[in-house]
Design a protein around this ligand. Sequence first.
Ligand code: SF4
Length: 443
Amino acid sequence: MGAQKTKYKVERFKMWEEAKQLKNKFFHDYKDIKKKGGLRILSGTAISLTFSAGFTDALIMGAEPFSANIAFDIDFCLKCLEECERRGMSREICGYSKCAWGAMFLNENVMPDGTRVDEWLKPDLTTNFSIAPCHNKWFQYLSEKGGVPFYLFDLPKAYPYNTENVINYVSNQVLDYIEWAEKTLNRTFDDEAFIEGVINETRSFKIWTEIMLLNQAVPAPLDEKSLFSFVGPNLSIPYKKEAGEFYARLLDETRDRVERKVAAVGNEQFRVITDAIPPWPNLKLYRYMEEKYGVVVVGSPYVICLIGAWMFDKDKNLIPTPTPEEAGMKLDTREDAVRALVWYKTHFATETLYNIACGEVLHEVALAIARQWKADGGILHQNRGCTMQALGSIESRNALAEAGIPCINYEGNDADPREVDLTNLKRKVDIFLEANKVKRLDT
Ligand code: SF4
């Protein structure tokens, strides 16, 4: 990798291998837990997996990582999509939904290491949150067809409207869910484990915000593609201490890289932001921009908020939301912990900013990120695979352009590889970068 030939030093992240192993282990544990007498819960990650953390013999798989993992495996992903289409579903229907439904119809699945599994890993219970109405429809359909008990949450608009009423409304649903799940699973909910889970999750999320702030450095120590490799622990075991320990080590490594000016992209010369879930089967686009143009993708509202919680200061800068402990909230009972977690996660956290935080602020978040992370431009993904995420993307492009930050949207799909024409997409990126006088590195 010729460190001496690049503008900045480059080194492989030490934590990368650990992240990969943790992810693979988690999926295998989820697959095998029934043999050990445990339970599987499949739950939306937004707002939180931790609401189920009091069921201590259960493993809680995130709905979105479950489908993203299928989307990564192009052959199996296509098989799932085509199975849904064979049953009459159209191409426009949500890619993540079709990945999960397809796996269920086929009764097959795949592990992150490519191992095929001859069952879809039917859960004992599912739960999801209406970050968009279709997000709950995804799980209603999955659960009805799969014969799985389900509990769906109605989420109102959140930050900046997370008032007492909103917090009470969501908290009461969580408390109701816990009682319902106890009866449905025939298990007692362990309040102590849950409270510890809330403390662990909010601490881990806070560390992620600190890592993200370090990525404002020039050169950026992390590019978005690497960040995707590191989101796993907070999307699978945020309620466990191990997640916090993982992020504490990642924070140390990132800080060290900033101090030594070790870059994610050795020839960093143009910093951009994106805005949504990437086209998972076409991440080659990132490598192309990096190698041909020295483009580093420094982050996006998606990856920066996915496993961190943020709020605006009075100047509309994004700052980390204090954890409930830092905010002095009580954490003595189940009710306290539910309330604290709902309060924390109804800021800009997980995917709340695309929907329940309301479309009208998404572009303000995109603009704040572009400014604070020192972006020279924006290359925004109009994600046709998730209509919820695509809402507001044009406004984000306009907000950046009005602030003098050149920006384009491209159409793609987080899950369906057939929806991205990579050759034309590269050409579009070439034109954008050439128009902004970004020198090609291979000429
Ligand atoms: S389109 Fe987006 S919000 Fe709707 S179900 Fe799919 S992933 Fe969820």
